[in-house]
Design a protein around this ligand. Structure first.
Ligand code: HEM
Length: 149
């Protein structure tokens, strides 16, 4: 398997985990997996000849988008155990997962090898997840009256 194929494969594994998490399927487990695979994808890519200089992570929009997604995913992973960290605005912070989804679509959009389907499919999932979040808030929050809509 060539370097670019491995890069794309690891990126798609990370993105699939992120999308499953946004669809609220085992959200924490898939969110942690997205951070793990995203970090592996980034480490592999940065150490490969695909990226000549790490400063490109800042100056190149495609790489900056990927680095931003990874940054958010790592923050969410580090704070994904609210009983351990006790962050007051935990729920608000974890809505950043949707921003990570949008930025990931942007990252794929700017990838030189991405096909139309590779861009449209995750964009549709992130859009539907956002719409579902707006229209159908968590049932438990409604039941307990803690919903802050
Ligand atoms: C520092 C962080 C990151 C770097 C440096 C990076 C870099 C790259 C590079 C160089 C490619 C190949 C682009 C090409 O087609 O020429 C790529 C593809 C890809 N990346 Fe990343 N990435 C990062 C983070 C992420 C994260 C966190 C995700 C998902 C959660 C992700 C998802 C993807 C996907 C899905 C592709 C394949 C797009 C396609 O061609 O179909 N990346 N990335």
């Amino acid at each position: 398997m060539s370097e670019i194929e491995l890069t794309r494969l690891s990126g798609h594994v990370a993105l699939t985990c992120l999308l499953l998490s946004l669809c609220r399927i085992k959200a924490r487990a898939f969110g942690l997996a997205a951070a793990l695979f995203g970090a592996a994808h980034a480490l592999y890519t940065v150490s490969s000849p695909l990226i000549e200089d790490v400063t490109h992570l800042y100056y190149e929009p495609h790489l900056r988008a990927g680095a931003s997604v990874l940054f958010i995913l790592l923050i969410l992973a580090a704070t994904s155990f609210p009983r351990v960290f006790r962050i007051p605005e935990w729920k608000l912070l974890h809505r950043l997962a949707y921003a990570a989804g949008l930025l990931a679509v942007h990252h794929v959009w700017l990838s030189s090898h991405a096909t139309g389907a590779a861009i449209i499919a995750p964009a549709a999932v992130v859009g539907l997840a956002l719409a579902a979040r707006a229209c159908y808030p968590r049932r438990r929050a409604v039941r307990t009256g803690t919903l802050d809509t």
